[in-house]
Design a protein around this ligand. Structure first.
Ligand code: SF4
Ligand code: SF4
Length: 358
């Protein structure tokens, strides 16, 4: 662990303590409820995913266990099939035809990308269940050890590129496949039971998988959002979308008192206290920095090139409108459910483990 050093934001905060340039500042009044609202959204989306997982398990059990009752397949489980989602986006946009297998995967990844285009990486910090668990883990680490840690800058920058490399590899695979090849892949036995194979990945974990997961959990306790920061290709895609978002965290140097509380609170370890606006693809749109800022008007989420202050409830409402809008339209237009004959599921699901990548 000697390659790991105390959180840079913490260090800067200590170094700058006592350098307040303005002791006569306007203190923010009122209770900030932005993080309560964000945590409520995170909790609700985690609960939704747990419910989807449970309902999908019951659906699978019907085909695996004699006498197990039938259960409808929850199409929302396809949110856990991001590569199928990218493939189907390609198929849909190049042919104009809705995919037969896993259309919800395309609907969900498109809705989350649209969310990023509008609201920065709000998907990662307000909805993603993996992001929620990552946040719980580093906060546990902070409570336990009184601080989190950062890697040396050269290593941090190098590792941060990994998620873009992984995204690039997936994107390359999808770009180089023809629409016909996408359809053949997703309508093959392997493609149809891709969701069951994902379930089996967690149900019948190999020792190697368990060790890798344990390492990720431990790393996430010490380093803020370890998985999201370094490895998540989904987050990398959302970050690229967020670069085009009209929203930015903006600091007004005239009102800022240089307390560095914002930088210390930032889960992405961004130097919020020294920049005038945050353009980074790592900004999660979580508004933790705004929540802790004591100076009225010093730090806000604003619409680019305007003075319009974006309130936390607007981010929350935006997430809800985009998510339910996409899902609602897909359901109403019949582009949500994968339609597979019961007999085919009966044949494929009990043998899902036998199907290898075609
Ligand atoms: S800059 Fe603010 S909104 Fe962006 S990640 Fe850091 S704390 Fe969250
Ligand atoms: S923006 Fe707010 S929290 Fe950040 S340094 Fe200035 S006064 Fe402190």
């Amino acid at each position: 662990m000697n390659a790991v050093m105390p959180d840079q934001a913490d260090t800067r905060s200590n170094a700058r303590r006592g350098t307040k340039k303005n002791t006569d500042y306007a203190r923010r009044t009122g209770i900030d409820r932005s993080q309560l609202l964000r945590r409520s959204f995170q909790f609700a989306f985690l609960a939704l995913n747990l419910w989807l997982g449970y309902e999908f398990l019951r659906f699978v059990h019907h085909y695996e266990i004699p006498g197990a009752p039938a259960n409808p397949r929850p199409a929302g489980i396809e949110g856990w099939l991001p590569i199928a989602g990218l493939m189907n986006v390609k198929y849909w946009t190049t042919t104009g035809l809705a995919p037969v297998a896993h259309p919800a995967a395309a609907v969900l990844i498109t809705s989350f990308f649209a969310m990023s285009l509008l609201l920065r990486k709000a998907f990662c910090s307000w909805l993603c269940p993996v992001g929620t668990i990552s946040e719980w883990l580093w906060k546990l680490g902070r409570e336990t050890f009184k601080r989190n840690f950062t890697l040396p800058r050269w290593l941090d920058i190098g590792l941060r590129s990994l998620k873009y490399i992984l995204l690039g590899l997936f994107a390359w695979v999808v770009i180089t496949m023809s629409a016909r090849a996408v359809a053949e892949f997703l309508e093959s036995p392997y493609g149809i039971v891709a969701d069951v194979k994902m379930l089996n990945f967690f149900r019948y974990m190999t020792t190697t998988t368990a060790i890798v997961l344990a390492v990720l959990v431990v790393a996430s306790i010490f380093i803020k959002n370890f998985w999201c920061r370094y490895l998540c290709p989904y987050g990398a895609l959302m970050g690229l979308g967020a670069l085009l978002s009209p929203l930015r965290i903006k600091r007004d140097p005239a009102k800022c008192i240089d307390c560095a509380k914002c930088a210390k609170a930032c889960p992405s370890m961004l130097p919020v206290d020294v920049l005038v606006q945050i353009k980074s693809a790592e900004c999660l749109g979580c508004m933790e920095c705004v929540a802790v800022c004591p100076a009225e008007g010093a730090l806000d989420m604003k619409v680019v090139a305007t003075r319009f202050r974006v309130q936390p409830w607007m981010i929350a409402a935006g997430c809800a409108v985009v998510f339910f809008g996409f899902v609602g339209i897909a359901k109403l237009t019949g582009h949500w459910d994968t339609v597979v004959a019961d007999a085919l599921y009966r044949e494929l699901i009990p043998r899902a483990h036998e199907y290898a990548h075609p």
